[in-house]
Design a binder for this molecule. Structure first.
Ligand code: ZN
Length: 247
């Protein structure tokens, strides 16, 4: 089985279209894994939801922005830019889109992996940025050996080998992660629609369960086109500019 792994689309249809074309066309994946945050920050929430709904084979969990945009989160915890974008998204969502976001689970457990947006300690809100947070999720992973997360927008791998301390590495374009049954892994493939690792290209992964490996890919997309739409929609300058810097 070949899975395409995507996360944090954030209403960026330009990036999503390029990534899905690559996954279905060139990489020929059988199924998509989406780790949440289809909406928030960007200008085309309904269009991104429609693209995701067109996919016949998909495993998808809710992200914090997805839930906030249907009124399921206290938005005072979000930063000022995120709050404004969430309020914008709440207004923009159609009833159909809202129903779809409402239907998303917060965790999915499969034979080969477990998937959540944030962490196993807090499915939608906790960021696994360091070893302490990773350690908590490794403990909660119990019998499984692979956890897929999103939320930080930075591609990163955490590994827990038996009787050894956890370690972490930043993931780059074309990196390959070898999954073994003896060790435990937390993999974040980065963001499709708003990367924050100083590489503005859309980020995603391909998980080949037979080869037992996950490969990271980066692809360029038309950033200026989405920025133009954001300018027209009166989005904050910070949110518009960060797309070009990948921050
Ligand atoms: Zn996000």
């Amino acid at each position: 089985m070949k899975y395409g792994i995507i996360s944090d689309i954030h209403s960026n249809l330009e990036a999503l279209t390029v990534v899905l074309e690559e996954l279905k066309g060139i990489r020929k994946v059988d199924k998509i894994i989406c780790l949440g945050d289809i909406v928030g920050y960007g200008p085309l929430p309904n269009e991104c939801i429609a693209e995701i709904r067109k996919l016949s084979a998909i495993n998808i969990v809710a992200g914090n922005h997805d839930l906030a945009s249907i009124g399921w989160k206290d938005i005072s915890w979000f930063n000022e830019y995120a709050q404004r974008a969430i309020i914008w998204t709440m207004d923009a969502l159609t009833e159909e889109s809202r129903k779809y976001l409402f239907s998303l689970p917060e965790i999915i457990e499969e034979k080969d992996f477990v998937m959540v947006h944030g962490s196993l300690n807090d499915y939608t809100d906790e960021y696994i940025t360091g070893l302490k947070k990773a350690s908590k999720s490794f403990k909660l992973l119990e019998g499984r050996n692979l956890l897929l997360v999103g939320h930080t927008h930075s591609p990163r791998l955490f590994i827990k080998k038996k009787h050894q301390p956890i370690y972490s590495v930043k993931l780059m374009d074309k990196d390959i992660i070898k999954i073994s049954n003896e060790d435990k892994f937390i993999v974040n493939v980065g963001a499709v629609g708003q990367p924050r690792d100083k590489d503005p290209r859309a980020s995603f992964g391909v998980f080949d369960t037979e080869a037992q490996e996950i490969k990271i890919y980066r692809v360029p997309y038309d950033i200026q086109k989405i920025q133009k739409l954001m300018r027209e929609g009166n989005f904050s300058k910070f949110l518009i500019e960060r797309l070009a810097y990948g921050y």
